[in-house]
Design a protein around this ligand. Structure first.
Ligand SMILES: *Cc1c(COP(=O)(O)O)cnc(C)c1O
Length: 405
C-alpha cells in the first residue's frame, strides 16, 4: 500500500505516519495513490464535517479564492463579521475572536483567564483549573493545561499557574477550589472539555457539570469549555454544552468549523468580553477564505439538516457497537460518546490495543482513530449515510475477527 513504510522524507519525525498517501476524496471515501478506496471514519481528525470535496464548499471557496483571500485584521473583514454574527446567533456567546487552530483558541482563552483574574478578581498570580486526562493542544500554555503527563515529558519548564482535578469528580474539584481559595481569590477560570476526546472519549456527566457551574458562579471564576473537537454539530447539537444543560462563560472551537480548513475561535459571553485593542491578535486569524469556509459549513449543516443526521447516525453506530461488544466480550468493554464522536473501549485485561485495531481496519479499507491505548475513536463526516454506517460496522467486525485470531 503506497510507498514503503520506512521511506525517509525531509519531514521532522513528529508523527508515526501510516504508509498511505491519499490523492482524492469524495464524501466519506478516500482513494490512495495506488487507487485503493477507503471508508473514512476519521474525517481529518473530526475536521472534514461535510466530507471530502463537498460540492458547496468547493463552489463557495473557489469563488472566494477568485475574489479575495487575505487582507489582515487591520481592516474590516465582512466574511469574518458574518461568521461571528452566525456564531453569536446560534450559541450562548456574544462576541468572537478568530484564530487558526484549537491550540491557538485555547491560548486565547488562557490569556483571557489571566486578564480576568487580574482585572476582575484582583489576583496577582491567577490559577487556571484543568481536568486530568484532558487535551488542550501542543503549544506551551495549552500543553501546560493538558492533564496528561506523557505529553509534558521532556518539555519543562511548563507554563505556571495550572492545577488539576479529576474529570467528573465533584469532590475533587470542590476540594481543589476550597483549598486554593481558602485565603482569598486565587483562581481565574476552569478550562474543561464537555466530553474528553483525545483523553479517551469521556462524556461529562450532567450532575458534575451542574455542580461545576454552581461553584464557578459562587467563586466568580470563569467557566471555559474547550469545544475544539465536539463543537460545531459533532454531538448532534451545535455545541457540546447543550448536551450538559450548562452554559459556559466562554468556549473554544476549531476542528469542525472550517470543514477541513484552518480556523479556530474563542467565543465569549459579555462578562468574559475583556480584551481591548492590543491585548491579543493573530495575523491569519479570521481571514476571508477561512471565514467563508466556516460560513459555508454552518449554512450547509442547517440546509441539509445534519444535526438530526448526526443524532440518528450516532444512535446507529452506538447500537451497532453494542452488538459488537456482545459478540466480542473478551476484547470489548463499552461504547461511549455523543453523536458522531464515539469511543469503542477495549477491555483492560485483553492484549488488544487500539493501535492494532486501527491497523487491522486499514486492511479492511476502513479508517478509524485511537484515543489513548485502549479506545478506538469513530469520528466520520457529519454527512455520513445509514448505508455507510453499516459498512463501518461490517468492516470493524472483520477487523476484530482478524485481531482476535
Ligand atoms: C484537537 C484538539 C485541540 C488542539 O487543536 P489543534 O487545532 O490541533 O491545535 C485542543 N482541544 C481539543 C479538545 C482537541 O480535540
Amino acid at each position: 500500500m503506497g510507498s514503503s513504510p520506512t521511506a525517509p522524507t525531509a519531514l521532522m519525525e513528529t508523527y508515526n505516519r501510516l504508509p498511505i498517501a491519499f490523492t482524492r476524496g469524495k464524501g466519506c471515501w478516500l482513494w490512495d495513490s495506488n487507487g485503493n478506496c477507503f471508508l473514512d471514519a476519521v474525517a481529518g481528525i473530526a475536521t472534514c464535517s461535510l466530507g471530502h470535496s463537498d460540492r458547496a464548499l468547493r463552489r463557495e471557496l473557489s469563488k472566494q479564492l477568485n475574489r479575495l483571500q487575505h487582507v489582515s485584521n487591520l481592516f474590516r473583514i465582512p466574511e469574518q463579521e458574518e461568521l461571528a454574527k452566525w456564531l453569536v446567533k446560534n450559541s450562548c456567546a456574544q462576541k468572537v475572536f478568530f484564530c487558526n487552530s484549537g491550540a491557538e483558541a485555547n491560548e486565547a482563552s488562557i490569556k483571557l483567564s489571566r486578564k480576568y483574574g487580574h482585572l476582575i478578581r484582583n489576583i496577582e498570580n491567577p490559577i487556571i483549573l484543568s481536568a486530568k486526562s484532558s487535551f488542550h493542544g501542543r503549544t506551551l500554555a495549552a500543553l501546560s493545561a493538558t492533564g496528561q503527563t506523557k505529553y509534558h515529558e521532556g518539555f519543562g519548564p511548563l507554563v505556571k499557574g495550572f492545577e488539576f482535578f479529576s474529570f467528573n469528580d465533584i469532590q475533587s474539584i470542590e476540594r481543589l477550589l476550597y483549598r486554593l481559595e481558602a485565603e482569598g481569590p486565587k483562581v481565574a477560570s476552569v478550562l474543561i472539555e464537555p466530553i474528553q476526546g483525545e483523553g479517551g472519549v469521556n462524556p461529562g456527566t450532567k450532575i458534575f457539570f451542574k455542580r461545576l457551574r454552581e461553584l464557578c458562579d459562587e467563586y466568580k471564576v470563569l467557566l471555559i469549555f474547550d469545544e475544539v473537537q465536539i463543537g460545531m454539530a459533532r454531538s448532534g447539537h451545535w455545541w457540546g454544552y447543550q448536551e450538559l444543560g450548562v452554559e459556559p462563560d466562554a468556549f473554544t472551537i476549531a476542528k469542525g468549523l472550517g470543514g477541513g480548513h484552518a480556523i479556530g475561535a474563542l467565543l465569549v459571553k459579555e462578562k468574559a468580553d475583556l480584551f481591548s485593542p492590543g491585548d491579543h491578535a493573530s495575523t491569519f486569524g479570521g481571514n476571508p477564505f477561512a471565514c467563508k469556509a466556516g460560513l459555508t459549513v454552518a449554512k450547509e449543516i442547517e440546509k441539509r439538516k445534519l444535526l438530526s443526521n448526526v443524532q440518528a447516525r450516532g444512535k446507529q453506530i452506538t447500537s451497532g457497537l453494542v452488538q459488537l461488544i456482545n459478540e466480542f466480550p473478551h476484547e470489548l468493554k463499552e461504547v461511549r460518546g455523543w453523536g458522531l464522536l464515539q469511543g469503542l473501549v477495549i477491555q483492560e485485561d485483553s492484549t488488544l490495543i487500539a493501535e492494532q485495531l486501527v491497523k487491522a481496519a486499514i486492511k479492511e479499507r476502513l479508517l478509524i482513530g485511537s484515543a489513548g491505548r485502549k479506545v478506538v475513536r469513530i469520528i466520520p463526516p457529519l454527512t455520513i449515510t445509514s448505508n455507510e454506517v453499516k459498512k463501518i460496522l461490517i468492516r470493524l467486525k472483520s477487523s476484530l475477527i482478524a485481531t482476535s485470531k
